[in-house]
Each structure stands twice: as structure tokens, then as C-alpha cells.
Write a protein that binds this ligand. Structure first.
Ligand SMILES: [Zn+2]
Length: 305
């Protein structure tokens, strides 16, 4: 059974939070309230003998510089607290606590998969607040309102909402071959699906065709949506597609990619299992590329059938 795709399980009911005037006040007043904590860009964990958790009693996390309501977990309010890096020493004074970046937390499977989704939600929210302190419309300072679910401009009254940046990521296939690339920053031997931000005024399908053509010179025909994944670094939504290649000749854009090449299905199977004779590998199971590749390897690309 493959590890679930990272950050995609989020059990919180957000509907009450979004429909209420002051959910933060109600959540803070609830003695049962739970909270996750973001410390700088990292997450606070508690490691025990039977595994780790990122959910704390909200009352145990005092002195936060920001708090926001996230949603209800089986009726229990769940908050997010943000602490400056300087608070780390105080937070770590409690036995068993640990501070770690969210990516490593996910890769190492240190907390239940459902908590990764909650942590992703909290991290993206605080990242958005940190980057939107001034109005994009007029430049004046903005202030959080509605329990930190929105920021309003102090001068022109423009309302700003947390945003998500869509990224297309695609498994490009032609028969029993698929096209993978590697960026310089990837771990040695790792090849992954091509990906790129979707431009304004562009469909998902055209973004896939444009990125593949720009980076490798390969022409793509049919594109079908497969699955998506929140990627909280800082707040992307990875939209996974299967793409049917119509040509095979490669013209690699070396500003974007260190290398790109076609892989046979059997080779991809060895890479997924980390048994490739040359040490080549796919990204780990927390990444959507792993699941797009596994799906193609096991079932064949739906667009090529
Ligand atoms: Zn403004």
C-alpha cells in the first residue's frame, strides 16, 4: 500500500469558520480547543513512543504572535498559532517537543497523514499574512480582519483574501515511454514530472502544452486531469495531468532543466522501487509526481489507451 499523497488529507470542517463573524473568539473560549503551531516557517511536533503529533491543547501554546481558526475536527475547534523563531527555546522546554520543517515532517512520516493537511493549511495562511502586509491596490498598510481570514486596506478599503497559486504538473507519455526531467537542485539521480505555473488567461491544458514545449521541445496533444495536491511552499496547488506526446525529439532548455529524457515503463518501475541499477529514482511518495508516475506505471496513461 503506497504512502498517501502528502497534504491531501484534511479532516477539518471549515464551513463554520467561513460563515461566522468571530470564530477566533469562540474557538479561543472553548476549553477543548486544539492547535497546531508554526514556528517561523517550521512546525512544532511532539514525539512519543507511539508516534508523533502536531496537535496540542490550545491552552498549552501561549504567547503566540498570531492565531487563526482553521475548522472543526469532529466538532472540536482547531486553531493555528504562529510563533517567531525566537520563541523556539521556550516552546522546546517541554519534553518530547521538536521543531522541524514541514517537508521533512512529511517525508519522514512523523505525524498522521491527516495532520499534514492541517499543517499545510496553517502554514500557507501565515505565509500569506506575512507577504500581504501592504495593499496591492494602493500600497497602504493592511490589517487582518474576520479572525485573520481576510486583510483589509486601511486607506482604500480593498479586501484581500488568502490566495493559492495553481501549478500544472504532468506525466508526458507516448506509448510505453514517459518524459521526465531533472533540475539542478534535485537530489542526485532524481527525475520527476515536468511542471510550471499556469499563466494568466491560460487553460490548464494549454499550460501543460506550453511548459512541455518550452522545456523539452516536445509537442503535446490530449491532456487529462488526474489529481491535485496542496503544496504549502508557500501556497501552491499542484494540478496533476496526464499528457499525450505527439513528438519525441528533445530540445532541452538548460536554463530550466539540467537534463530530460524518455524512460521505458520497466525503468520507471525500478525507479519507483528505488532499485534502478544506475541509482536513478523518482520523488518520494509525498510528492504528486510519484503518484502520477505510479499510476502510469501500473495502469498506463488514460490518454494513451
Ligand atoms: Zn489600499
Amino acid at each position: 500500500m503506497p504512502q498517501p499523497l502528502g497534504f491531501t488529507l484534511n479532516p477539518l470542517d471549515r464551513s463554520t469558520v467561513e460563515g461566522e463573524a468571530d470564530p477566533l473568539g469562540r474557538f479561543e473560549a472553548d476549553r477543548r480547543a486544539l492547535s497546531v503551531a508554526i514556528v517561523g516557517d517550521d512546525v512544532l511536533l511532539r514525539m512519543g513512543e507511539d508516534g508523533g503529533t502536531a496537535l496540542f491543547d490550545a491552552a498549552d501554546l501561549t504567547g503566540a504572535d498570531e492565531s487563526a481558526p482553521l475548522g472543526l475536527l469532529d466538532g472540536t475547534p482547531v486553531l493555528a498559532r504562529h510563533f517567531a523563531p525566537g520563541a523556539a527555546e521556550r516552546l522546546l522546554a517541554v519534553r518530547g517537543r521538536r521543531i522541524l520543517d514541514l517537508r521533512s515532517t512529511a517525508v519522514q512520516g512523523l505525524v498522521p497523514a491527516a495532520q499534514l493537511g492541517i499543517l499545510a493549511q496553517a502554514k500557507s495562511l501565515f505565509d500569506w499574512h506575512a507577504r500581504h502586509r501592504f495593499c496591492a491596490n494602493c500600497g497602504a498598510p493592511t490589517a487582518p480582519v474576520q479572525s485573520r481570514l481576510r486583510r483589509d486596506c486601511s486607506a482604500c478599503a480593498a479586501q484581500h483574501f488568502p490566495r493559492t497559486d495553481p501549478v500544472a504538473i504532468m506525466l508526458v507519455a507516448r506509448g510505453d515511454l514517459c518524459l521526465l526531467g531533472r533540475q539542478v537542485r534535485f537530489p542526485p539521480g532524481t527525475y520527476s514530472c515536468l511542471a510550471g505555473f499556469i499563466s494568466q488567461g491560460e487553460t490548464l491544458e494549454d499550460a501543460v502544452r506550453r511548459e512541455v514545449l518550452e522545456e523539452t521541445g516536445v509537442r503535446v496533444g490530449a491532456v487529462t486531469y488526474q489529481l491535485s495536491q496542496p503544496w504549502p511552499f508557500p501556497s501552491s496547488l499542484m494540478i496533476g495531468c496526464a499528457a499525450q506526446a505527439e513528438t519525441e525529439a528533445l530540445t532541452i532548455d538548460h536554463k530550466e532543466l539540467e537534463d530530460a529524457r524518455w524512460f521505458e515503463r520497466g525503468e520507471v518501475g525500478l525507479m519507483l522501487e528505488r532499485r534502478h541499477p544506475d541509482g536513478l529514482a523518482t520523488p518520494p511518495p509525498i510528492a504528486i509526481a510519484h503518484h502520477l508516475l505510479r499510476r502510469w506505471y501500473e495502469e498506463g496513461s488514460p490518454v494513451s489507451r
